[in-house]
Design a protein around this ligand. Structure first.
Ligand SMILES: [Zn+2]
Length: 344
């Protein structure tokens, strides 16, 4: 009898150990093309009416995200056990809009005070001239990527594999009204900005732009080396070790020209999505982006035009980068001579 108990105990210890040794690659494999597609076919369907901040479409979007995190076992990240950060924001025309950011949270193990914030915007531009703008790429792609990344991390946590630092999945709203949800969050942070180690911002990662039609295995990264060399190095290593995308840094220089709205102009992408409000607070950030395309801000930005295998690969890159940031020993170091960039 005693021997039998010993054998059972040994078996339990052994199986726990192999669980704990499960490789990061196994969790990355839970991020699948099929699941990304299923989520996006709902999230960017006509039912959501283009998800404009302050409208019924936004209400549907935020409840969809809340239901997903609840059923996946990812905790609410706002105050008082809520997934929502309620805000009243003012658009460029001076209209005040009642809107909501959605926050889901995975608490870290031994470095839980330090937080990685992953962002994408949940809103889009709604209905114009009677036509629904589904925003499958902008930013349905970033939204579903975050959902899958959260699922991978919660699976790891359930196996006892960290994360060591905490992760906030911050779906900001009113981005299309002028980055208002991310501004609201950084003005009213739920987790101290001083403890926020980095921001990974995902805005449009499901398409291929005209510069890469023949070589679609790419992603643009913007900002990775600007505030922290560590962040850039971690990101490069994540890609090299696990993913193998071609990382295109051309827009890391805000003056690189881009053809948009019928003319050539400086890209300024560094200032044009939600990472900007983190950067200005001296938080190192990476912006993940596929570049613009003919369906940008048009009713033709639809789900069947998304390249799902590429979306899977890009999502896995962000997951692996996040994994390294939250599980490494040292917090990402800031460059010593960092000058906080300003838009002016
Ligand atoms: Zn966008």
């Amino acid at each position: 009898m005693k021997n039998l108990i010993h054998i059972i105990l040994l078996f339990v210890i052994f199986s726990c150990a192999t669980e704990a040794q499960k490789k990061v690659a196994d969790y990355a494999e839970s991020i699948t093309e099929a699941e990304l597609k299923t989520h996006l076919y709902t999230y960017a369907s006509d039912e959501f009416m283009g998800r404009e901040a302050g409208t019924e479409g936004e209400t549907l979007a935020i409840n969809f995200l809340k239901d997903y995190y609840e059923s996946t076992g990812v905790s609410a990240g706002s105050t008082n056990g809520s997934y929502f950060q309620e805000m009243t924001v003012t658009d460029k025309q001076g209209n005040s809009i009642d809107s909501y950011n959605v926050l889901a949270y995975i608490e870290g193990s031994d470095k839980s005070d330090e937080v990685l914030v992953i962002t994408s915007h949940l809103d889009h531009i709604g209905i114009e001239d009677g036509l629904i703008n589904n925003g499958a790429d902008d930013d349905g792609s970033g939204t579903v990527a975050m959902m899958e990344i959260a699922e991978a991390f919660i699976k790891a946590k359930e196996d006892g594999n960290g994360p060591r630092r905490s992760i906030l999945f911050l779906h900001v709203s009113a981005e299309e009204k002028g980055l208002l949800g991310s501004k609201y969050y950084t003005d009213n942070p739920i987790y101290p900005l001083a403890n926020t180690v980095a921001n990974l911002n995902i805005d449009m990662i499901g398409r291929v732009d005209s510069l890469h039609i023949d070589q679609p295995n790419y992603i643009y990264l913007i900002g990775s080396d600007i505030l922290s060399q560590d962040l850039h190095d971690v990101s490069e290593k994540a890609n090299k070790d696990h993913v193998g995308l071609e990382i295109d840094y051309r827009y890391n220089d805000p003056t690189t020209l881009v053809y948009e709205f019928g003319r050539w102009r400086q890209n300024r992408y560094y200032y044009r999505s939600d990472h900007y409000h983190f950067i200005k607070n001296n938080i190192p950030a990476i912006f993940y982006f596929n570049g613009t395309h003919e369906d940008y801000h048009a009713p033709t930005d639809t789900v069947e035009k998304i390249n799902y295998s590429l979306l899977e690969k890009r999502t896995r890159l962000i997951f692996h980068t996040a994994w390294k940031i939250v599980n490494r020993e040292d917090r990402l170091a800031l460059k010593e001579d960092t000058e906080i960039p300003s838009e002016d």
